[in-house]
Write a new protein. Structure first.
Length: 233
């Protein structure tokens, strides 16, 4: 299906633009252990990956009987941001991809605005998004609900069928599908294998699956390459 305007590319942040998920996992597991509970890496990836802090609090309480307040999560975020300053890296190949795109793009993430802004600044990606950054704090329901993606599209003047979402987590893929958007699953993050994401993602049947950002243009070749890539690339 051809588009009558260039598409809006919507990027998740953690695990897509920046390789942050293993760092976030370390901080959350430490927080839970300090509260006296047992919670494994597999538990984290299966139940908390791609969710907001509010959703994490709810999931931990309802599914595991773990009582940790949202304030405790917010306090732990300061440790995470310090950790980011030491160890956060951009996803391999993402800078080249963003430089190649010739269409509107934005970030839509479950993280706080402060965390998104710092992540993009530390990794040199901030320049590619201007002020087009959206956080789950802006909507009532986080991923896997479609609210965040629909809010980003509406704000920037796009219909859902004019949007392409790049996501790594099952909850993000489900959110994009619920929003009626094209979704490309990215499986190149360092958390992909320990999280067992490939099987989960394939079962969700996204429109395309890539394990390297340089493969995104080819994945979109038939529909959008002429519309969203620079002609001089």
């Amino acid at each position: 299906m051809a588009m009558d305007k260039k598409p809006l590319m919507i990027f998740d942040c953690d695990g897509v633009l920046v390789d942050s998920e293993p760092l976030a996992k370390d901080i959350v597991l430490a927080l839970i252990a300090e509260a006296g509970y047992v919670f494994t890496e597999n538990d984290y990836y299966q139940h908390l990956l791609g969710k907001s802090q509010e959703q994490d609090v709810q999931t931990l309480k309802q599914r595991f009987g773990i009582e940790i307040t949202i304030d405790a999560f917010k306090d732990a975020e300061s440790r995470l941001l310090s950790y980011f300053k030491q160890a956060l890296k951009p996803t391999i190949g993402v800078k080249g991809l963003l430089a190649q795109l010739d269409c509107d793009r934005c970030v839509a993430s479950s993280s706080s605005l402060e965390r998104i802004e710092l992540s993009l600044s530390l990794t040199g990606l901030r320049q590619y998004f201007d002020s087009q950054i959206f956080s789950a704090s802006m909507v009532t329901n986080g991923k896997p609900a479609p609210d965040l993606f629909l809010h980003a599209a509406c704000t920037l003047g796009y219909q859902p069928d004019q949007c392409i979402v790049i996501e790594d987590s099952p909850s993000g893929i489900q959110a994009a599908q619920a929003a009626g958007m094209t979704v490309v699953a990215y499986l190149g993050g360092s958390h992909t294998q320990p999280a067992g994401l490939e099987k989960q993602v394939v079962e969700l049947q996204p429109d395309a699956v890539i394990d390297d950002m340089s493969k995104l243009p080819q994945a979109l070749l038939q529909r959008w390459q002429g519309d969203c890539l620079r002609n001089d690339q």
